[in-house]
Write a protein that binds this ligand. Sequence first.
Ligand code: HEM
Length: 229
Amino acid sequence: MVTANRSRTCTKAWTCAATFRPCVPDYLNTLTQIRFVWKPVVFLACLVPFALAIGDLFGITGSLGANPVEELQDRFGNWGLRFVMITLAVTPLRHMTGKVWLLRFRRMLGLFAFFYILMHFLNWFVLDQGMLWSAIIEDLLERPFITLGFTALLLLTAMAATSTTGIRRRMGKRWHKLHYSVYAVGILGVWHYWWQVKADVAEPLIYAAVLSVLLGYRVWKKKSAKSRR
Ligand code: HEM
């Protein structure tokens, strides 16, 4: 029989007498692995596009081409939108696989979406517009695709600022309402991209198709839950 004993080396951990392994239930093992192994791995993987962009900027990993400011703008914008899609894909994936632990990555992925969009904005604000307020305000008011992007950035900022567990608990139902804005961010992001391409809409079309699947899934799920009631 397996009994819980104090470890012989007098650590705080409880151990199984037979195997001398910490007696941790399976679900805790999974949570510990996620926290100490998978989360750091996913975190580092999410930083790769940023590291490559900085490496290319300094000519270490490659180059940003003839127009580095525009290239950075495009890369950060694309990664921001990809992370919005990846974050939106977590719930359907969880439903399909039954792996509840997938939800543990959602906050990190959402924060990476915010991080890349913030870089996209700062690149525009500092390097493209030279922090010239008059030009910035003119762009915001006169270029509708910038207005859309800015609205999405404001929503993402509100979500990022309220992403901690403490704030989530304090906000209660209002937290969920606010965080449903991620759907609006997806729509505004695709629209923003679509609006600024001149001829070839192939890439924004791919984002639009992926977003339609991700949002369509939620509508279908809600409808089928209602019809079962
Ligand atoms: C204040 C907020 C934002 C500003 C000022 C801004 C500005 C810009 C600018 C100037 C471009 C480049 C246009 C060109 O190459 O001619 C661009 C492209 C893009 N932006 Fe934004 N943007 C903002 C927010 C967003 C948000 C919230 C998203 C996504 C969620 C996003 C995704 C993209 C994408 C995917 C592109 C296209 C990149 C490509 O051409 O490959 N942007 N944005």
